[in-house]
Design a protein around this ligand. Structure first.
Ligand code: FAD
Length: 573
């Protein structure tokens, strides 16, 4: 079947919803999601959304911009950070007016709390900048925006999975999708496609990300010849529940939680004397790993403690209730009485599909690809640089999701319909058929587990030439093994087995790009720490990495960083 809409938005997280509802008055918008829309990962966001409202203590957008640039270890394009910080208060009030139930101060203003790397007066100490709804900030934003998108007539296609991007002579013509409920393959014919498919934490063994975060949109863009930017910068969140990776939000430390090592020492004081436990995530994750490596984990083991016991039951119940219940359910402990065992977990991808300030996807010559847009975690605006600050992602989604929506609405006036190529769905159909028909080979789960193992062992918080080389060899071996991937379930309806096998292609392809980018960057910056090149090197490496697919091997090239206000300097906290 062929569906026809002016705009197809792929991904119904906050970025996709925000863009879709902005464009809904100007054209027919279809919103496609492989999971039921409100189950997108945005709904799992806990801690909050940053904006210099100054409701609880003085704050300014310039401090917010500075923190974003410094947090990103100066790889952030500063014009982007300026838009984010200036537009944040408007974006938060807009959410409030649509009905997001933020927590309140005693006078009825939006309440705010401290978060990692957010400071007052250009680094003098923590500032309360995160607006929140207990520890369910993403959940309430998702429900509100979903309602708003439906109200504005956005057409929702739930449980439709994109399998291909259809490009004709370098222009967008639509997408190919798989309908989970029927097993049928359809085409969407459109003038514009916006990719908002989220992150791909599933490349690693432990992650805070949901099951659906396999990076399909990013991989399909890459396969269509779009370069990927800054892919070596993978954020590991310091506090994943030990062994599971389920997130304990930074809000726990924002509310006063303290990290302790095996001897009970609050070790962050040694690594970041000014803001201690509220240092940015890259620094805290490295500190935890250092403590563990030097034998100071709990009982000498590979985790540390997050201590919330001094916060008291009332505060935990009011401000961190979901987190407290996760800890009770998954670990059987009471956070008001016992410290929580934690270690870093893969959390967020700073890199992705390069776009301009209005979500237009850029090709290898930095020119917009007609009709193709991207927003949210799958996009790389060069906003988060080498390390994203907490609460800046939700903000990115609504600020730049809206801008992408506006730009799509304007572009409709300029873009013609491309003819849909005949049999556009054939390549996807034959890919699936090959997998379904195969009797001999390996299951996707086996290959995926090996991929996650090698990425976790060789390309996580610490990296070096040898480990990256090892990861690359293993990934290429697994890509070869993937040519013989087989499934047990050959049914047509809700064949999760088949979809996981197809998603594994994205995970393998993206893992290769992450490792190739990490190998190329011979310095340490933000979340990318090379043991063989431990210093930041602005002379050689103050530039963005781009990787594109040419023939078999990915090609690496670079582009410069836009610096407007803050000259790079040593990054201490
Ligand atoms: C546990 C957790 C807590 C977080 N807390 C915070 C926080 O407090 N503050 C903050 O700023 N950030 C937080 N983050 C980060 C932030 O939530 C994410 O970066 C953000 O929600 C990503 O939003 P998105 O719209 O880009 O994508 P997502 O919300 O991940 O949505 C992706 C969408 O793409 C769809 N999709 C994917 N592939 C396909 C396909 N092939 N076909 C069709 N549809 C597809 C999915 O169905 C889904 O609808 C948190 C992240 C996690 C994991």
């Amino acid at each position: 079947m062929v569906f026809k809409h002016d705009i197809v938005v792929v991904g119904a997280g906050l970025a996709g919803l925000r863009a879709a509802l902005e464009a809904a008055n100007s054209g027919e918008v279809a919103l496609i999601s492989k999971v039921y829309p409100t189950r997108s990962h945005s709904g799992a966001a806990q801690g909050g959304i940053a904006a210099a409202l100054g409701n609880e203590e003085p704050d300014s957008w310039e401090w917010h911009m500075y923190d974003t640039v410094k947090g990103g270890d100066y790889l952030t394009d500063q014009d982007v950070a300026e838009i984010l910080a200036r537009d944040a208060p408007r974006a938060v009030y807009e959410l409030e007016h649509w009905g997001v139930p933020f927590n309140r101060t005693a006078e009825g203003k939006i309440a705010q709390r401290a978060f990692g790397g957010h400071t007052r007066e250009f680094g003098k100490g923590p500032v309360k900048r995160a607006c929140y709804a207990a520890d369910r900030s993403g959940r309430v934003m998702m429900d509100t925006l979903y309602f708003e998108a439906v109200r504005r007539g956005v057409r929702i296609y739930s449980e439709f999975q994109m399998l291909d991007l259809i490009m004709v002579a370098g222009r967008v013509a639509g997408i190919v999708v798989y309908e989970l409920a029927t097993g049928e393959v359809h085409c969407f014919h459109s003038r514009i496609v916006l990719l908002s498919t989220g992150g791909f934490g599933k490349v690693f063994r432990t992650t805070s990300n949901c099951f659906a975060n396999t990076g399909d949109g990013v991989y399909l863009a890459y396969r269509s010849g779009i370069p990927l930017e800054d892919m070596e910068f993978v954020q590991f969140h310091p506090t994943g529940i030990y062994g599971l990776g389920v997130l304990i939000s930074e809000a726990a430390r924002g509310e006063g939680g303290i990290l302790r090592n095996g001897s009970g020492e609050a070790f962050m004081e040694r690594y970041a004397p000014t803001i201690k436990d509220l240092a940015p995530r890259d620094m805290v994750s490295r500190a935890i790993h250092m403590e563990i490596l030097q034998g100071r984990g709990i009982d000498g083991r590979d985790f540390v403690h997050l201590d919330l016991t001094h916060l008291g039951e009332k505060r935990l119940r009011e401000r961190l209730s979901d987190i407290s219940s996760f800890v009770r359910i998954y670990l059987g402990i009471d956070p008001a009485r016992d410290p929580i065992p934690v270690r870093p977990t893969c959390h967020y991808m700073m890199g992705g599909i390069p776009t301009d300030l209005d979500g237009r996807v850029l090709d290898a010559h930095h020119r917009p690809v007609p009709g193709l847009f991207a927003a949210g975690e799958c996009a790389c605006l060069s906003l988060h640089g080498a390390n994203r600050l907490g609460c800046n992602s939700l903000l990115d989604l609504v600020v730049f999701g809206r801008r992408a929506g506006e730009a799509m609405a304007t572009s409709l006036g300029e873009l013609e319909w491309e003819d849909l190529p005949r049999n556009a769905q054939d390549p996807a159909v034959s890919r699936m058929k090959r997998v379904l028909d195969r009797r001999e080979g390996d299951r996707a789960g086996v290959i995926r587990a090996s991929l996650q193992k090698t990425m976790t062992e060789n390309c996580s918080v610490f990296r070096r030439e040898g480990s990256l080389e090892k990861a690359l060899t293993e990934i290429r071996r697994l890509m070869d093994q993937y040519r013989r991937v087989k499934v047990d379930n050959r049914g047509k309806r809700f064949n999760a087995d088949l979809l996981e096998a197809l998603e594994l292609e994205s995970l393998l392809g993206l893992a290769e790009v992450i490792v190739v980018s990490a190998k190329a960057r011979q310095e340490s910056r933000g979340a990318h720490y090379r043991e063989d090149f431990p210093e930041r090197d602005d002379g050689g490496w103050l530039k963005h990495t781009l990787v594109r697919k040419t023939g078999e091997d990915p090609e690496v090239f670079f582009k410069s960083v836009r610096i407007t206000r803050f000259e790079p300097k040593a990054r201490t906290y």
